[in-house]
Structures are given as structure tokens and as C-alpha cells.
Design a protein around this ligand. Structure first.
Ligand code: DQA
Length: 137
């Protein structure tokens, strides 16, 4: 089974960025643990701060992978293009957010990803990515 995690803008700074919201672990360290926990899964990881690169990656993997776990970060709330990209591909997408976006600012409560996602997980910290992998198994 091939699953990719795609992270959007500023998530390369996990560990340093607003640790009171996003925790103190880097995504690279967390990803190593995830690979150990799910040895049977071919797991890969892509991060970009650039909207078009995220769309290109969805097109690249979206007809051959078994699952996509997408944390589009701030683009969740702004990107019609990412929402359309999810509609355009075959691979199911699970939307993940580290924080509880519904307990934060009002602008975070709208997602262009959710209507096109097969499931949504938020508020579980990095554990949300574990749960998303489980959801595909
Ligand atoms: C986030 C929530 C978004 O609102 C925010 O812009 C992020 C991270 C999360 O994982 O909690 O960058 O997607």
C-alpha cells in the first residue's frame, strides 16, 4: 500500500513554530517513528510552501497511490485550486490538522479541502497522521 503525506506552508517549521499550538517535535523525527509503526506501508512525505507545487504533487500521485494524507495548512482556508485538484484525482484524500481548527479563529473554520475529502481529522496533534494512516488500512 502506497500512502503519501503532503504538508503545506510553514509546516517545515514544526518544532520551532508556535510550539504551544503545534508541539515541539519536528515532522522529520515524527515521520521516522511513523515509518517504524507502519512497516507494511510504503509511506512517503512531501512538504512545500508553494501552492502550485502542492497541486502538482496531488496530480503526480493522485492516479497511482492508495491514499493521500493532506495538511494544506493555511491554504486549507484559501485555496479553490487545491479543492479542485482533489476533485480531479482518483486517490482518496484524508484531511489532517494538528490543531483543533474549530477552537481557533473564525477564518480557520472554513475549509476548501473538507467537501472533497474522504475524511477529516483535527485536534489530535501529530497523532492525527497516525490515525489517518490507520483509516486507510
Ligand atoms: C493547521 C491549521 C491551519 O489553520 C494553519 O494555518 C496551519 C496548520 C494545523 O495543522 O493545525 O498552518 O493546518
Amino acid at each position: 500500500m502506497k500512502i503519501i503525506i503532503i504538508n503545506g506552508p510553514n509546516l517545515n517549521l514544526l518544532g520551532k513554530r508556535e510550539p504551544e499550538i503545534y508541539g515541539s517535535a519536528t515532522f522529520e523525527d515524527y515521520f521516522k517513528q511513523l515509518q517504524i509503526s507502519f512497516k507494511e506501508v510504503e509511506l512517503s512525505y512531501f512538504q512545500s510552501n508553494i501552492e502550485g507545487e502542492l497541486i502538482n504533487k496531488l496530480h503526480e500521485v493522485g492516479f497511482s497511490y492508495d491514499g493521500i494524507i493532506l495538511n494544506a495548512a493555511a491554504y486549507t482556508h484559501t485555496s479553490v485550486g487545491l479543492g479542485d485538484a482533489i476533485k480531479s484525482i482518483d486517490t482518496p484524500v484524508v484531511e489532517v490538522h494538528i490543531s483543533n481548527i474549530h477552537a481557533r479563529e473564525a477564518f480557520r473554520q472554513h475549509s476548501y479541502i473538507s467537501p472533497n475529502a474522504s475524511g477529516v481529522l483535527f485536534g489530535f496533534g501529530l497523532k492525527g497522521y497516525d490515525l489517518a494512516v490507520h483509516s486507510f488500512l
